[in-house]
Every structure is written in structure tokens, then in C-alpha cells.
Design a protein around this ligand. Structure first.
Ligand code: ADP
Ligand code: ZN
Ligand code: ZN
Length: 746
């Protein structure tokens, strides 16, 4: 996103907020695909931001009072009353403003953005209650009971605090009948306590770390910003330089000031090491927020964030939509990571929206990364962001040496297992590393066994029935899988077309296949595979990471989940099986993404005392991205990238939006795409490309066309889109989806 979009004014809604009234009509926004609130009557004390239950059609919906006064032109008598006001803190003005901005900027329904805020259904249900017992004040004598030893122990126990029946039984060493008698005669009386998880306060001074000079300077700068308004700071430090330790100091300062902190991470499932470090530093675990949370934890966490009880939240991009009581700092860790971009019912760039939220909340935000993206770098150069640089790795660790293997010259040689994916030089180096007892890691950004199955007898390729895509073989699971729609089928025994029993052949490598070769070549090595497969769960990932830390693994093979933040001190060799894989992409960020990914993967090597070496296998050793990696020269690479984007007026030098037209009926879908193409704006500041069939023309049984809108920086691209799309009549069954600042172009 372009920073100019952030220069909006925070409308002062405070007057509306404090003006609570009786017997009025209010607009209630519902978590449904609408942009407008619906009218309801209120009775009693209700204000904007209040969370309410209202009748809607045949259902009861939870919504938020969005405005005072009537919107629709209907008779007051037709307007239904709200059912009830839910006893939760109202959404803050800032959060309301944030929801409005996210919807308008990303061209999403206001109601669907609200839905992301109200995402913990359990919050609105009646809370689960625990029945505890306390002393009523009635004595045994008054209840005409004898004073037995058992009864005395119960009374002594409950003098300290109320407990439930099981706890009383265990704590006083008495049977349930004793307790029942005491309840029946009224010596013990019940108290209802809400059942919920407690969130302990992190301790800012629990275990302080001695920072290096370079780190201290950065930490001081960040700490001084807490409580002093909005500011974006890029914390740009090479892998292993201690960025986490530095921003932990800012977290500590926010804790000391009694403010809440949000730390956004790319993939929370992969943060076991990070969570361990947090606990070591602050004495407690932070609250976690991600899509895989259980209902109960989701509910408890949402409430604890709303009341301020949960002080530090670490979460995926969705944590940005929580109702913080008093947010004081946002940290975006690995801020370059593409997984912050959501492509779903609401398309948004989580990192950019985090900056928006910080601006609205008037708080500082830290972007921590070793490989900042071009947009961020340019904002830092222009002085819109502050930049703090950490040049060296912590302690003795040095950056790894990067070597290129030209696989045209250093050709992988076939063996008993079949085709080879490892160049002789790499094989030799892995052997050498094994002999030294050091760990190696092989990286290939391709899940499964082989990306394609082809019949050698008739040439048939096995395609997904729902998408224009080949099925990937997952040999361990004996399945063929579509990586676009999730379609899955048993691997067939013979060719579905010519029925040849020997024709089907795996084509190309996936991690499973590389692992097969590695196991053949190094039968004594302890080999593990880590991949974000449908067969892998968080528990398995934790286990492999632990084994790796404990040096119970010699060779680790995996996909891009290896790139993210792991710290394995004994890892000294990284082999990148196919450095060209990402460079083939046609989209505008392909080189940048490859540079970042390969830097991050390389950054896993040599983080301990021993030096690390990285081997890049490629067909194109002269490629500029790879050369920049070898030289460790991010700035030359970024300058090249900057020039080419400047020339093409691509972001951040221009604005970009994708329009995707999809539908089950091929004619209707194509017609809408053509209409859009014909009614497109084109002048010296606005240009439209397309329509064209999307690279994945059929996805999940829907036909897809794409158009690309490019405008100059000073054009409000959303307004152009709104006017444009309004010109076209869109029939039922065809969807027109907008993706502002698109990252993927499939
Ligand atoms: P980055 O996030 O920049 O890749 P980390 O914060 O993960 O770097 O630091 C790399 C390793 O160095 C970690 O194990 C970390 O605990 C350690 N480290 C960094 N700075 C210090 C310090 N000042 N004192 C002790 N250990 C440190
Ligand atoms: Zn598919
Ligand atoms: Zn065949």
C-alpha cells in the first residue's frame, strides 16, 4: 500500500460516543455482506459501539450499534426493537474507524470486516459458570450438626477460598457425602464464578538480557517511542543479529507503562522456539491468537484482550482485529513475509493494515526483518519510516558463505534410486558435514513427492478435475493432491487413459523424493522431512524442531516452513535444491520473493560458533538475484528492482489492483469480463490490462478471468474501481472480486 493512503484524518466520533440516549432508532451493523447498518429501536441506555443482539430475518444476529438515528425510509412502526445489549465493553472509536478504513481501502463489505472482529462466537453466548462453595456463616451448632474431624477440615479449607466439590473433597480428604450434608443444611452456600482461563501478567524484568552496543542503541530508540504517538520503525537486522531481543525491550517498556502489545508473526504454528524465548524473558506465556485455536481459548482470549487482562498477544494477521482495551505497541516480525497478505473473503495486507491501526491508535509500530521489501525500504529512504540497522550477527556467529552450483556442469548423477536431484559437489559436502558430525538442511519449495504424474506410454498427464492444474503425488500418503483446491484421490495403479500398468511416472522433484535419494545415499544419517503438508500437524513440526535442536537429526529436508525464524546453532550446511523455482513466476514480486526466501533459508546456516556454507543449485548462475545473494548485496538487488519497477510504474511507484471475474457458467463469466474490459478507463494516469483467462483458468470448478488496473500514485484507485464496476451489470452466479495491491496472479 502507498503511505499517502494513510494520511487520512481521524474523524472525532467522541461526541457521538458519549452521547448515550434512550428510546431512539439506531443503525446496527451486522457481520454479513452489507455496507449499511440496519435500523432497530432501542430501549434503555445504548450507545455507538455497543454489542447487541437483534432479530434479523428468522435469525438472531450479534451486531454493533454503528450510528444513532434512522437510515431507511420506512415507517417507525416497522422497525423492530433490539433483543438485548450484550454485557461486553463497547468497540472503541479507534476500532470502529479501523473497520471502516479496512473495508473502504480493500473494497470489502463493512459487515464482513466487522465479522473478523466478532470472530469468537463463544464470547456472545452465556458464559460457562462454575459452582463453587463458600462458608455461609451458619455454624455447625446452628445447623444442629456434630463437629466431626472431617467437617472441621472442610471448614478450615474453605476459610481460605471458595472451591468446587471435587476440590473440597481432595483438599480436605473427605467423601462427597460429607460435603453434601454441609450443603444441605446450609453451612456451605454456592457461588457462581465464570469459568475462564487466567492470563498472567508478563514481568518486564523477569530475565533481562545484556544487549550489545548496537542492539542497545536500537532498543533505546524503540523504548523512547512507547507512549509517544504514531511512528513506523523498520528494524533492519541481518539474520541472527538479535532483532527479537531488541524488540523485546520495547515490549518490556510497554508492559511497564501498563499498555497492551500485539506481536504479529507469519505462521504462529511455527513459533515454538519464539514462545519459549518469550517465556524465558517475561516469565509467562503470551496470549495466542490464530485460526486453529479451540473455541474455549478463542472466547477467553477475546474477552481478556477486550478487558486488558491479556497484556501481550502474539498472533497471525487476524489478531489485528481484536478489540484491544489499550494497545500501546505493534510489532510485525518478519514483516516482509507474504503470508501477512490475506486472500480470502476480505483481501488485505496484514502488515499494511497493522500500520493503519497503529496510526489510528496513535502508537508506534516496529517492522522487524532481515529482508525488507522494496515498499518498506523506499518509505525508510524517504524518511516516512525510521530505520534501525543491526549489521552483525550476535556473538561469534558470522553470515554464511554462499556458493553457486551450476547443475549444467556439475550434473546430478543417476543411482539405484533413479533420477538424482543433488549435484556431486553437494553430495560430497553433505558427506563431509556428516563426517564432522554437523547438521545439514536441504531446501526445496515443493511439497509432496512429485509435482506431476505423466504416462510414458500415452503422454497423459493427471489433472485436477476442478482446476487447471496438475495433481501432485504424495507417495507416503499414497495420494494425488491438488495444491490449489485440496482435491485428493488415491494414486491410480494404472494410467486412467490407456490403462497401461507400467506407464505412470513421477515427474520432477518434491521434498519426499529428495528425501528418498538422501536416505539411499546416506543410509546411516538420521533424516527428517518437514513440509506444510496436509499430513503434517503442529505437533509433528514441534517434534522435528526439538529433535533438530537436540542434534538428533543429521539432515533436515523441507519446504519454506524451514525458512521461518528457526535457530539451530549446529546447522552449518544449507543446500538449496532448486534456486530457480521462484524466479520463473511472472508476477512483479517474483524476484523479490525469491531473494527474501533464499536469504532467509541461507540465514539458518552458521548461527552458532561454526561457520556456515550455503550451496545454491541453479541452471542460471549469472542470474542477478542469485549473484546478489552470493555477494550478500541486498542494496544492489533492491536498486535493480527499484529501477525496473520505476520504469514500469509498478508499486510503490504506481498503484495496482486485480479484478478477478469468476463463475460456474462459462458464457456469463466471459461476458462480464468482456464488459469490464470494454468499459475500462484508459488515460495517461489510468490503464487497464485484460481481460485474459487467469493462469489457473478453472479453480474449484469456476471459470476465471483477470483484469489488472494500474494507476498513478496520486489517483484514488478505489474510486476508479467503484465507478468502473458500477458501470457493469453483474448477473447472479458471477463474482467480481477486487484485490488491492495484489501479491498473487494465478
Ligand atoms: P534475529 O531475530 O535477528 O534473527 P535473534 O533475536 O533470533 O536474531 O537472535 C539470534 C540468537 O542470538 C538467539 O539465540 C538469541 O537469543 C541470541 N542473542 C541475540 N542477542 C543476544 C544478547 N544480547 N544476549 C544473549 N543472546 C543473544
Ligand atoms: Zn484443484
Ligand atoms: Zn497412459
Amino acid at each position: 500500500m502507498d503511505f499517502v493512503d494513510l494520511d487520512f484524518i481521524l474523524v472525532d466520533l467522541r461526541i457521538v460516543y458519549t452521547n448515550r440516549r434512550n428510546n431512539l432508532i439506531v443503525g446496527v451493523l451486522l457481520p454479513l455482506p452489507f455496507n449499511e447498518p440496519f435500523d432497530y429501536k432501542i430501549s434503555g441506555d445504548i450507545g455507538v459501539g455497543d454489542i447487541v443482539r437483534v432479530p434479523f430475518g428468522k435469525d438472531i444476529q450479534v451486531g454493533v450499534v454503528w450510528k444513532l438515528g434512522k437510515s431507511a425510509k420506512i415507517d417507525d412502526s416497522k422497525i423492530k426493537p433490539i433483543t438485548e445489549r450484550i454485557n461486553l465493553p463497547p468497540l472503541s472509536i479507534e476500532l470502529k474507524r479501523f473497520i471502516e478504513f479496512v473495508a473502504s481501502y480493500n473494497m470489502a463489505y463493512l459487515g464482513m470486516v466487522l465479522k473478523m472482529v466478532l470472530s469468537a462466537k463463544g464470547v456472545f453466548a452465556d458464559p460457562k459458570m462454575n459452582v463453587l462453595y463458600e462458608l455461609s456463616g451458619k455454624t455447625l451448632a446452628e445447623a444442629k450438626l456434630k463437629n466431626s474431624d472431617a467437617r472441621w477440615r472442610v471448614i478450615e479449607l474453605l476459610k481460605k477460598m471458595p472451591l468446587n466439590r471435587q476440590e473440597i473433597g481432595a483438599g480436605a480428604g473427605v467423601g462427597q457425602s460429607v460435603i453434601k450434608t454441609l450443603i444441605d443444611v446450609g453451612v456451605l452456600s454456592p457461588v457462581l464464578i465464570e469459568q475462564k482461563r487466567q492470563f498472567e501478567k508478563p514481568n518486564a524484568d523477569y530475565q533481562k538480557v545484556q544487549l550489545t552496543n548496537e542492539q542497545q542503541v536500537a532498543a533505546d530508540d524503540l523504548c523512547a517511542k512507547i507512549g509517544n504517538g504514531f511512528r513506523v520503525t523498520l528494524l533492519n537486522g541481518v539474520t541472527g543479529s538479535g532483532k527479537t531481543e531488541v524488540y523485546f525491550e520495547a515490549v518490556a517498556e510497554a508492559i511497564n507503562q501498563g499498555r497492551q502489545v500485539l506481536i504479529m508473526v507469519p505462521e504462529i504454528g511455527l513459533t515454538s522456539q519464539w514462545l519459549g524465548r518469550f517465556e524465558k524473558r517475561f516469565g509467562v506465556k503470551p496470549a495466542k491468537w490464530h485460526s486453529a485455536l479451540g473455541n474455549r481459548e478463542r472466547t477467553d482470549t477475546w474477552k481478556a484482550v477486550a478487558t486488558g487482562e491479556a497484556q501481550v498477544v502474539v498472533g497471525a494477521r487476524s489478531a489485528l482485529f481484536l478489540p484491544y482495551a489499550d494497545l500501546g505497541l505493534i510489532v510485525v516480525d518478519e514483516s516482509h513475509d507474504q503470508s501477512f497478505k490475506q486472500e480470502d473473503t476480505v483481501n488485505y495486507q496484514g502488515r499494511d493494515m497493522a500500520i493503519v491501526r497503529a496510526k489510528i491508535e496513535q502508537i508506534p509500530i516496529v517492522l522487524a526483518t532481515a529482508t525488507p521489501d522494496l515498499e518498506t525500504v523506499i518509505n525508510a529512504e524517504n524518511g516516512k519510516y525510521d530505520e534501525l540497522v543491526l549489521k552483525s550477527r550476535y556473538a561469534e556467529a558470522t553470515l554464511p558463505e554462499i556458493k553457486i552450483i551450476d547443475i549444467k556442469a556439475d550434473k546430478p548423477l543417476k543411482g539405484d534410486w533413479g533420477v538424482s536431484w543433488l549435484a556431486p559437489t553437494l553430495v560430497e559436502q553433505i558427506q563431509h558435514n556428516l563426517d564432522k558430525g554437523e547438521q545439514s538442511m536441504l531446501f526445496l519449495n515443493r511439497r509432496g513427492y512429485a509435482p506431476l504424474m505423466i504416462c510414458r506410454d500415452c503422454g497423459y498427464r493427471i489433472q485436477c478435475p476442478n482446476c487447471t492444474a496438475w495433481l501432485t503425488e504424495h507417495r507416503k500418503a499414497k495420494k494425488l493432491v491438488c495444491h490449489h483446491c485440496g482435491f485428493m484421490t488415491e494414486t491410480p495403479e494404472c494410467c486412467p487413459d490407456c490403462h497401461s500398468e507400467s506407464g505412470l511416472t513421477a515427474c520432477g522433484p518434491g521434498v519426499e523424493r529428495v528425501a528418498e535419494e538422501v536416505k539411499y545415499r546416506f543410509p546411516l544419517a538420521r533424516v527428517r522431512v518437514l513440509s506444510s503438508d496436509f499430513t503434517t500437524n503442529f505437533q509433528e513440526i514441534y517434534k522435528v524442531v526439538k529433535e533438530m535442536e537436540n542434534r538428533e537429526v543429521d539432515i533436515l529436508i523441507g519446504t519454506q516452513i524451514l525458512a521461518k525464524g528457526h535457530h539451530f546453532p549446529a546447522l552449518t550446511l544449507v543446500g538449496i535444491i532448486d534456486a530457480d523455482l521462484g524466479l520463473m513466476g511472472s508476477d512483479l514480486r517474483a524476484s523479490e520473493r525469491t531473494f527474501q526466501l533464499l536469504s532467509q533459508v541461507s540465514g539458518r546456516a552458521g548461527r552458532g560458533e561454526k561457520k556456515g556454507t550455503v550451496y545454491l543449485q541453479t541452471l542460471y548462475p549469472e542470474n542477478a538475484v542469485l549473484q546478489a545473494l552470493v555477494k550478500g548485496d541486498a542494496s544492489t538487488f533492491l536498486n535493480l528492482e527499484k529501477k525496473s519497477r520505476q520504469m514500469l510504474k509498478m508499486p510503490p511507484f504506481g498503484k495496482l489492483a486485480s479484478v478477478i471475474v469468476s463463475g460456474t457458467n462459462p458464457d456469463n463469466t466471459q461476458r462480464v469480463a468482456q464488459w469490464l474490459g470494454q468499459s475500462a478507463f484508459n488515460d495517461d494516469k489510468v490503464s487497464t490490462l485484460g481481460p485474459a483467462q487467469a493462469p489457473i483458468f478453472m479453480l474449484r470448478n469456476k471459470y476465471r478471468y483477470r483484469l489488472l488496473l494500474k494507476t498513478a500514485r496520486d489517483i484514488p484507485i478505489q474510486d476508479v474501481l467503484r465507478q468502473w464496476i458500477a458501470k457493469v451489470k453483474i448477473p447472479n452466479g458471477v463474482r467480481v472480486e477486487v484485490d488491492i495491491d495484489p501479491y498473487s496472479f494465478y
